[in-house]
Design a protein around this ligand. Structure first.
Ligand code: PGA
Length: 254
């Protein structure tokens, strides 16, 4: 069965002391033996400090280079993230796709690099408002999946997490309705069943992201194909992030 994952994307926020403090409050608020898996994604420069201060917390990065170590000024390699103790990486977030021009082909190369390094990739997909209004949601999202996940072996796909994040819902307060989100999650799982196999599709976690808050999390997470949440704004305060973790607990599978 799929273990519920609640992931906090801190984006480019907080200073070093605040990052350590937030991690402390989150780590302190987690229940032992919870059926929910929790991970946080601080800015890269604070990974070391957060991991050192809270070794029990699952920590990942918000991006990584597709290249191995070498002459890539300003970049951070998968090996460097592993060296720090990071275990996961968010890839193809819509802010990187839109603001940094990251393509699905690039996301694909990063996904393969992350898998080869033993990192868990969380690969983000999602449509723009205009695309949804034009009835293109499934087409856009499935094309992002096809290209971003191209060439993965079944074993690699099973180590990958997908995050469906409608761009119009990110940071806007306009959360997708549970039915809207579930429809896309089901389409992604159906695509996985065809591209890999039904049993592989049944094992892969598909997170929802976009204005998830403590008061809307339970209903979203109760949907059959929603296996967790990728949380931005509400992950910056321990109370609201832990509120989402709590909301996930009743429906989580141990
Ligand atoms: P939000 O961000 O929760 O602030 O909408 C989600 C995300 O960007 O992953």
């Amino acid at each position: 069965m799929r273990r519920t994952l609640i992931a906090g994307n801190w984006k480019m926020n907080l200073n070093r002391a605040q990052a350590i403090e937030l991690a402390r409050s989150i780590a302190g608020g987690l229940r032992e033996n919870s059926s929910v898996e929790v991970a946080v994604f601080p800015p890269a420069v604070y990974l070391d400090a957060v991991i050192a201060a809270h070794p029990g917390l699952t920590v990942g990065a918000q991006n990584v280079s597709e290249n191995g170590d070498g002459a890539f000024t300003g970049e951070i390699s998968c090996a460097m993230l592993r060296d720090l103790g990071a275990v996961a990486v968010i890839l193809g977030h819509s802010e990187r796709r839109t603001l940094m021009g990251e393509s699905s082909q690039q996301v694909n190369r990063k996904t393969i690099a992350a898998l080869n390094a033993g990192l868990t990739p969380i690969v983000c997909v999602g449509e723009l408002l205009e695309q949804r209004q034009a009835g293109l949601t499934d087409e856009v999202v499935l094309e992002q999946c096809r290209t971003s996940l191209a060439g993965l072996a079944t074993e690699q796909m099973e180590r990958t997490v997908i995050a469906y994040e409608p761009v119009w819902a990110i940071g806007t307060g306009h959360v997708a309705t549970p039915a809207q989100a579930e429809q896309v999650h089901a389409a992604i799982r159906q695509w996985l069943a065809g591209a890999f196999s039904p049993s592989t599709a049944a094992r892969i976690r598909i997170l929802y992201g976009g204005s998830v808050k403590p008061d809307n999390a339970a209903e979203l997470l109760s949907q059959e194909n929603i296996d967790g949440a990728l949380v931005g704004g509400a992950s910056l305060k321990a109370d609201s992030f832990l509120g989402i973790v709590r909301a996930a607990e009743p429906q989580a599978v141990a």
